[in-house]
Design a protein around this ligand. Structure first.
Ligand code: T4K
Length: 409
């Protein structure tokens, strides 16, 4: 492993990169490969590949049991899960959402012709601010779509009270939140319904996949029909539907991934602690922490960089890390309100906390594909960059100028 002791050792200053093979944020957790292949062989032998197969049913039962809900409907991804849930809840007009989230949250609504109305976040939790939600409610509002960002519960109690007061439906995007709890209760069990993601980069994955969870029997029946073309048994379509089914091979991966989930959470937890130790006391830097006494998957290690005391902007640090082969991610910059098609709307939103947080966060590599020695080295690089911020800024500016010149040629 390359030593990083002086500014000259940094790759941005001409030193060799710390990692020859790039480190990514979202390397998939593969789990027990033999067990997965066993399941895949079994489904091939049985020639049952999709359409409510044995593994999908097993996965749904396992998720419902772990989350503590009556119904779990597996779907091919969380984006379609959000669309199904929104339609099954009869959402229309406007739905209030945070802008500080992956763009899929807003797109899922807009795809259905529902306008996402963006509320600001609480800068301490990065989650939707209930006071701003309530200020945005009007006669066109039909629902609230909260996001448990980084797997940290949004203020479910305050949002439920607002929903009750204004007769709104309450949906949660729990894409990050499998394996997390709030007040001792699993995320995935709040509101009218919740939607989980099992995309390849998630804590538990099914290659692509997701699930809608709810205690509402009628809602579950609607989602079940809608994900399968609106068929209500046999060939008869009883409602409008689409194809959002999860395949058997995806469910086989999901089941295998769940079996290894606790081990992955333990690794993630240790990595999170290693980053906190490695970066303790560095001016202007703070690793986002999660509530004590709750279960958490620690899937994201989110670093907040306050450019004043750190002497470096988040984008400068990102550039320093990239040169070293550390591909951190600026999740979720710049906020949905600044992405199309939303930024061109006539009534663009002012969201000061979203803008400020989106400009200072950086997600760092973690998960079983990263080891603690690599994390120690990443921390050393970050520490070194902040210690010599003035010189590092000059190197970053040079690198940017160099790229600009290349562009001209
Ligand atoms: N709501 C929220 C709050 C979400 O965060 C998401 C998705 C959704 C809803 C929608 O869920 P799904 O419809 O996807 O089920 C990724 C994921 O594609 C997306 O699922 C996720 N959130 C989002 C936060 O991250 P990208 O564009 O950053 O992915 P990508 O391809 O750059 O992958 C991240 C890193 O992982 C890369 O550096 C490479 C590495 N990677 C990726 C894949 C797919 C691998 O090493 N192997 C792989 O197979 O969006």
């Amino acid at each position: 492993m390359v030593g990083k002791e002086r500014v000259e050792d940094l790759a941005i200053a001409g030193g060799p990169p710390a990692f020859r093979e790039s480190l990514h944020v979202g390397r998939p957790n593969i789990g027990d490969r033999a067990r997965l292949l066993e399941r895949i062989n079994d489904l091939l032998d049985r020639r049952w590949l999709t359409n409510d197969g044995r593994y999908v049913r097993e996965l749904e039962a396992e998720l419902a049991r772990r989350i503590g809900v009556r119904h779990c409907l597996a779907v091919c991804n969380a984006t379609l899960g959000l669309q199904l849930a929104a339609r099954a809840l009869d959402l229309s007009g406007e739905v209030i959402v945070p802008a500080f989230t992956f763009v899929a949250t807003a797109h899922a609504l807009q795809w259905l012709g529902i306008a996402p109305v963006f509320a600001d976040i609480d800068p301490r939790t990065h989650n939707i601010d209930p006071a701003h939600v309530e200020a945005l409610v009007n006669e066109r509002t039909t629902g609230i779509l909260g996001v448990h960002l980084w797997g940290r519960a949004c203020d479910v109690r305050a949002l439920a009270a607002i929903a009750r007061r204004h007769r709104l439906r309450l949906l949660f995007d729990a894409a990050h939140a499998f394996g997390c709890s709030h007040d001792g209760r699993s995320l995935g069990s709040f509101g009218d319904a919740e939607v989980l993601s099992f995309h390849a980069t998630k804590y538990v994955n099914s290659f692509e996949g997701g699930a809608v969870t709810t205690d509402d029997d009628t809602l579950a029946a609607r989602v079940r029909a809608m994900r399968n073309f609106g068929l209500a048994g046999g060939d008869r379509a009883a409602s409008l539907g689409t194809n959002a089914k999860m395949s058997e091979v995806a469910a086989a991966m999901g089941l295998t991934s769940i079996e290894g989930a606790e081990e992955v959470a333990a690794i993630n937890r240790a990595h999170h602690a290693a980053y906190r130790r490695g970066l303790a006391g560095v001016p202007g830097l703070a690793v986002v922490t999660y509530p004590d006494g709750e279960r958490h998957n620690h899937q994201f290690v989110v670093l907040e960089i306050d450019a004043g005391p750190a002497g470096l902007h988040r984008d400068d640090l990102d550039e320093v890390l990239r040169a070293e082969g550390i591909l951190a991610r600026r999740y979720f910059h710049p906020g949905c309100h600044r992405a199309e098609p939303y930024r061109s709307r006539p009534s663009a939103s002012e969201l000061p906390h979203t803008d400020a947080v989106a400009a200072r966060v950086l997600s760092l590599p973690t998960g079983p594909a990263v080891d603690v020695e690599s994390i120690a080295l990443i921390c050393r690089i970050i520490r070194l960059a902040v210690d010599a911020a003035d010189r590092v800024r000059a190197h970053v500016a040079n690198a940017r100028r160099g790229r600009g010149a290349e562009g001209v040629c």
